[in-house]
Design a protein around this ligand. Structure first.
Ligand code: ADP
Length: 759
């Protein structure tokens, strides 16, 4: 049966048809045979009854007269009939008159106990025929027939015919099925062929040909529909696979799958590139122990494994790794553990980014921050002694020194100013490089700026007999985007250079024009020696003086470097148009701005009037400062102004007490105090009723913009940086104390808050 199941469908159907044909034939022949057998039996019984009746009639006289011989003779005549196997004639008293057959058959006749009629027993028929004479029963004739032989003959006959008919039918069925089965099996076989093609080539684009509309036709439709669906799904899966493969292969981030024992299962091209390998295969085949081969510190790999095994994921895990060429890089990894059904880790998978550059930038930023802090600290430390040097120098200069002393004092002052300039410029450059320079870029009128700068330069130019002029008509409507203060600083630097490097009786001219790119170019030209072309490349480098250090012109070599950085920070540029032998022409360029809406013109105070007022009144000034030389300096400075009474405190708390007790007209506050921070002293002063309205001027060596901003916001009226400029100092003192000590007038001053620093 198993064999049959695996046979081709055509053979199976042929076999079935032939089997059914044989079965049907067999059934038909069996029915026919049994009918024939039955008919034979009836016919034989009838025949036996006729023979019995005739024989009984013939024997009637022999029975009456009990003539055994005659009876035996009559019965013997029955032997000629093949089916009669035994006969017995008996009298009414059952006494046997004649008999033939075997004793077994006689026993069978007697055992049947039949007196009249026919009895069937299998192939045997027993007839009991009463023997009568003249209507009187004289005895009984028994005839026993056996149909076995006849039946066997019949069976043989039917068997033979059946065999022949069966053979003919089977041959016919075979021949016909061979022809007609094609209609049934061909569509199925074609469908099977299509299925095989699909399976063999995974080609879901083929379709089965529909040739009929029966169940096979329906099956073909369903099969084609199924193929269409599979094809659509297959294409969707392929597209998704392609998409993810492309993402994996073209990702900028490195992607990997690695085993806990340190082998790579899969990596993408970015990952291989990161390690300096030519292909993913190279890294997969060559790395057999990730911890030892790639980790600079193998203990970090252990840490990674511990974290991922505990938490299942690891995020932003940073470690240093070796590239193929042995160089080091910093990597940042996100990964997760992939486990099997039992929870055992199969592999890790995740992404890796090369963060070497970020680390380097962080390192540079750290170093830059440290540098800025260092410079800020150094400049602070230098400003404190400079305060004493320049301050006392200025005082000495104002106290009618002798002819011998005067040049010495000038030397002290000029050296001090030089050092101060140097400190300021270094600090500025470091601030710009650390990105901590706070600029307030706004529309600035070029004419105003140039006029201010030229005014400031006039004394120096006059001293050096340099003609200072503007080459263009100043147009008040031309504005540039700039930080007013820093723009002026750059202009002054260019003008100072022009004036100081141009020999006496030379010329310095300023000009400006629109350069056509919506920029305004401002030029400063001079008739000096110019700068040789071979030195121009180093012009904006810090501390490069290009040979000027051999001359007697003072300088730090930082002015142009700082100017360049300031211009860039403001979105502008700086350069030289020409230099040597006709002199130099420096330029700065800034984006042109629209002229802002007209503002109220700031009211200019009458300084001299105030000074006269201040002379008339005695004012109390409290100075809170822990540095003795600074205290002495201020004391000596106020010695020039007898109308001021100076109170001093070397500690914050003492200063607060004095402020409460004396209610001074002005408080000068240093920030570095031994007990309280100057900021805290200011806060307390501003919170007390008695001192809230007293103007506070901070005097500090800390010139950082953030510090100044912080103190001004906390309520300081002005911020002066050390070293103090005596003239500037008294200007601020006069300004803040000019109108007396009443609360109302002091409040008015808050509108004129000043922050005076090194710029
Ligand atoms: P310094 O403090 O030395 O003036 P700068 O950075 O301002 O520093 O200038 C750098 C150098 O450029 C100067 O030392 C000088 O040699 C040269 N220089 C600058 N401006 C001029 C100029 N107008 N004429 C000639 N040389 C100049």
């Amino acid at each position: 049966m198993q064999n049959l199941r695996d046979r081709p469908i055509r053979q199976k159907i042929t076999f079935l048809i032939m089997t059914i044909t044989a079965a049907v034939l067999l059934l038909a022949f069996a029915a026919l045979f049994y009918f024939q057998a039955y008919t034979l039996k009836r016919h034989s019984a009838h025949e036996l009854a006729v023979i019995g009746e005739l024989t009984a009639h013939e024997c009637a006289a022999a029975v009456r007269f009990k003539d055994e011989d005659a009876a035996t003779q009559i019965l013997t005549g029955l032997r000629t009939m093949p089916q009669i196997v035994s006969a017995r004639l008996e009298l009414l008293d059952k006494q046997r008159l004649a008999f033939f057959g075997s004793a077994r058959e006689e026993g069978e006749i007697q055992g049947a106990r039949v007196t009249s009629g026919v009895k069937f027993n299998g192939d045997r028929i027993l007839l009991a025929q009463p023997v009568t004479l003249s209507g009187v029963r004289e005895g009984t004739l028994f005839l026993l027939a056996d149909l076995h032989a006849t039946r066997s003959q019949l069976l043989k006959l039917y068997g033979g015919i059946f065999g022949l008919v069966l053979l003919a039918c089977l041959l016919l069925a075979f021949a016909l099925s061979g022809q007609f089965l094609r209609f049934v099996t061909d569509p199925i076989l074609r469908l099977a062929d299509t299925a095989r093609t699909v399976a063999d080539h995974s080609d879901y684009s083929v379709r089965a040909r529909k040739v009929c509309n029966d169940e096979v036709g329906l099956l073909t439709d369903a099969f084609n529909q199924m193929l269409a669906q599979i094809q659509a799904q297959d294409s969707a899966v392929r597209k998704a696979e392609e998409k993810y493969r492309l993402i994996f292969e073209n990702a900028i981030e490195g992607m990997f799958q690695s085993t806990p024992d340190g082998k790579y299962l899969n990596v993408n091209a970015a990952f291989a590139r990161m390690y300096g390998c030519d292909s993913p295969e190279e890294i997969i085949t060559q790395v057999s122990d990730i911890a030892q081969t790639t980790y600079v510190d193998p203990a970090r790999r252990e840490e990674f494994k511990r974290l991922i095994e505990t938490h299942g994921v690891v995020e932003l895990f940073e470690y240093e790794a070796y590239r193929k060429d042995g160089t080091k890089m910093w990597l940042c990894e996100n990964a997760r553990a992939v486990r099997d059904g039992t929870g055992a880790i199969l592999y890790y998978e995740g992404t890796v980014q090369d963060v070497t550059e970020r680390k380097r930038v962080e390192e540079v930023e750290r170093a830059s921050k440290a540098k800025t802090e260092f410079l800020s600290r150094v400049s602070h430390e230098l400003r404190t002694p400079l305060n004493a040097i320049i301050g006392f120098g200025q005082l000495l200069d104002r106290q009618s020194p002798t002819e011998t002393q005067r040049p010495r004092i000038r030397h002290i002052l000029s050296a001090g100013q030089h050092l101060l300039g140097l400190i300021n410029e270094v600090l500025d450059i470091s601030r710009i490089e650390a990105g901590k320079l706070h600029l307030s870029v706004e529309p600035v009128a070029v004419a105003d700026m140039l006029e201010e700068a030229l005014d400031l330069m006039r004394p120096l130019a006059a001293e050096r007999k340099i003609e200072l002029c503007a080459e263009v008509e100043m147009d008040a409507a031309v504005y540039v985007m700039a930080d007013r203060q820093r723009f002026k600083q750059v202009l002054l630097n260019l003008l100072t250079n022009a004036v100081k490097y141009t020999p006496e009786s030379g010329q310095v001219a300023v000009s400006y024009y629109s350069n056509g790119h919506n920029n305004i170019r401002i030029t400063v030209s001079d008739t000096g020696p110019g700068i040789p072309a071979e030195k121009l490349g180093r012009l904006f480098m810090p501390f490069e003086r290009l040979g000027a250090e051999q001359s007697n012109v003072e300088g730090t070599g930082l002015g142009l470097a700082l100017s360049q950085r300031l211009m860039h920070a403001m979105g502008g540029a700086i350069g030289v148009e020409f230099s040597a032998p006709r002199g130099s022409k420096f330029w700065v360029e800034l984006p042109r701005a629209k002229s802002p809406l007209p503002k109220a013109v700031p009211h200019k105070r009458n300084g001299s009037g105030r000074r006269e007022n201040s002379k008339a009144v005695t004012r109390k000034v409290l100075y809170i400062e822990d540095n003795f030389s600074n205290l002495t300096l201020i004391e000596e400075m106020f010695a020039e102004r007898p109308q001021f009474e100076l109170l001093t405190a070397m500690q914050g708390k003492v200063g607060l007490d004095l402020a409460r007790q004396h209610s001074p007209d002005l408080i000068l506050l240093d920030l570095h105090l031994p007990d309280l921070d100057g900021h805290e002293v200011l806060r307390q002063l501003k919170s007390l009723d008695t001192t809230r309205d007293v103007p506070v001027v901070v005097i500090s060596a800390d010139a950082t913009a953030s510090q100044i901003d912080r103190l001004m916001k906390a309520g300081a009226m002005a911020y002066l940086t050390k070293p103090l400029d005596v003239v500037e100092f008294f200007r601020v003192v006069d300004q803040t104390t000019v109108t007396g000590g009443t609360t109302g007038t002091r409040q008015k001053h808050s509108a004129a808050v000043l922050a005076i620093n090194e710029n």
